[in-house]
Design a protein around this ligand. Structure first.
Ligand code: SF4
Ligand code: SF4
Length: 294
C-alpha cells in the first residue's frame, strides 16, 4: 500500500470491542501474524492491561521489562502548616488533613498535581509509585509490548499510555484495546488511524457494538466492524451495520476447528490456512480506508 515505508508514516490500527470475550485478541494476533508473514514490519501492543493475553498466542521472548509508575504527592511535614488547601483542591478525595496532619491515599490519587500546585507553603513534592509492569519483546518478526496493571490498582490509563509511548518504529502497529467504552479504551485507541470493532451477532453483541460505534464517532475516527462467530445468533448486527452504513471487514464463523486451535494456543492463520485470505482481505480494506482518511 502507498503508505507503507513512507518515511515517518506509521499506520496504527486499534482493535476494540464494547465488551470482553468477543474474540478481540484472536483478531489482533492473527492480523499481526498475517502482516508479518507478508513481510510488513509490525508490532502488537497489548493494552488490555487488566488482563493481557496476546502473549498466550504470540508466545513472545521478553527482552526488557520496567515498572509503570505514576507520580503521587509527598508532604514535607516540616513545611506543612495543616492549612487543608491540598485536601480542598483534590477532586478525588486522595488527600486529607486530620488534626493538622496530611494523609495521602495513593490508590485514589489521579496524579493531577493540583495539591502540589496550590500548596501555599511549597510543602508538596512528587514521588513515583509503581502501579504495573511494561514488558517488551519479540514473537518471531512481530514486535511485542504489553502492560500489566498490578492487582488492586484502579488506574489503567497511565499504564496504557506508557505502553503506547514505548512502542518502537514499525510499518504497522496493532493495538489490542481493553474492552468497553470508558477512559481506558479511549486512552488505547485515541492516536490510532483506524479502529476495528469486534462483535458477535447476538443482542448483547449489538448493544455493545452500538455503544462502541458511538465512542468512535465521538472521536471522529474511521472504523469498521469484524464479526466473530458470525453464524451464531441472528442477523441484527448485519442489519444495523447496513442501516448505519458501517462496513464489515471480517467475518469469522463459529468453526469447531478454530475453538480447538484456540484451546491449544495456536494461531488461526497458521493452524487453519483457509482463513488467511479473510485476514489478508481485512488488512487490505483497513489499509485502503486508512489511506483514504489520511
Ligand atoms: S496545602 Fe500544603 S501546607 Fe496546606 S495542609 Fe496541604 S501540604 Fe500542608
Ligand atoms: S495529585 Fe491530584 S489526585 Fe493526587 S492527591 Fe494531589 S490533588 Fe489529589
Amino acid at each position: 500500500m502507498a503508505f507503507i515505508n513512507r518515511k515517518g508514516c506509521v499506520l496504527k490500527i486499534a482493535v476494540a470491542s464494547g465488551k470482553g470475550g468477543t474474540g478481540k485478541t484472536t483478531i489482533s494476533t492473527n492480523l499481526a501474524l498475517t502482516l508479518a508473514d507478508k513481510g510488513i514490519t509490525v508490532q502488537l501492543l497489548d493494552c488490555d492491561v487488566e488482563e493481557p493475553n496476546c502473549h498466550i498466542f504470540l508466545n513472545p521472548v521478553i527482552e526488557d521489562k520496567w515498572p509503570a509508575t505514576v507520580l503521587i504527592p509527598k508532604v514535607d511535614q516540616e513545611k506543612c502548616t495543616g492549612c487543608r488547601v491540598c485536601a480542598d483542591v483534590c477532586e478525588f478525595k486522595a488527600i486529607a488533613v486530620i488534626k493538622g496532619k496530611v494523609l495521602i491515599f495513593p490508590e485514589l490519587c489521579h496524579s493531577c498535581g493540583a495539591c502540589k500546585l496550590f500548596c501555599p507553603e511549597g510543602a508538596i513534592s512528587e514521588i513515583p509509585r509503581e502501579i504495573g509492569i511494561i514488558e517488551k519483546g519479540k514473537s518471531g518478526r512481530i514486535g511485542f509490548l504489553q502492560g500489566l496493571l498490578h492487582i488492586g490498582e484502579l488506574a489503567s490509563p497511565p499504564v496504557i499510555r506508557e505502553v503506547r509511548e514505548a512502542a518502537g518504529n514499525s510499518e504497522v502497529t496493532i493495538i489490542d484495546s481493553p474492552p468497553g467504552t470508558s477512559c481506558p479504551v479511549i486512552e488505547a485507541v485515541k492516536e490510532s488511524d483506524f479502529v476495528l470493532l469486534v462483535t458477535e451477532p447476538t443482542p448483547f453483541g449489538l448493544n455493545d457494538l452500538e455503544l462502541a460505534v458511538g465512542m468512535v464517532k465521538e472521536l471522529t475516527m474511521p472504523f469498521a466492524v469484524a464479526i466473530n462467530r458470525s453464524d451464531i445468533g441472528d442477523d441484527e448486527v448485519v442489519k444495523y451495520c447496513k442501516r448505519e452504513g458501517i462496513a464489515i471487514f471480517l467475518e469469522i464463523p463459529n468453526d469447531r476447528k478454530i475453538a480447538e486451535a484456540y484451546s491449544r494456543g495456536e494461531m488461526i492463520v497458521r493452524a487453519l490456512p483457509e482463513y488467511r485470505a479473510a485476514f489478508e482481505q481485512c488488512w487490505a480494506r483497513i489499509a485502503g480506508s486508512a489511506e483514504k482518511n489520511r
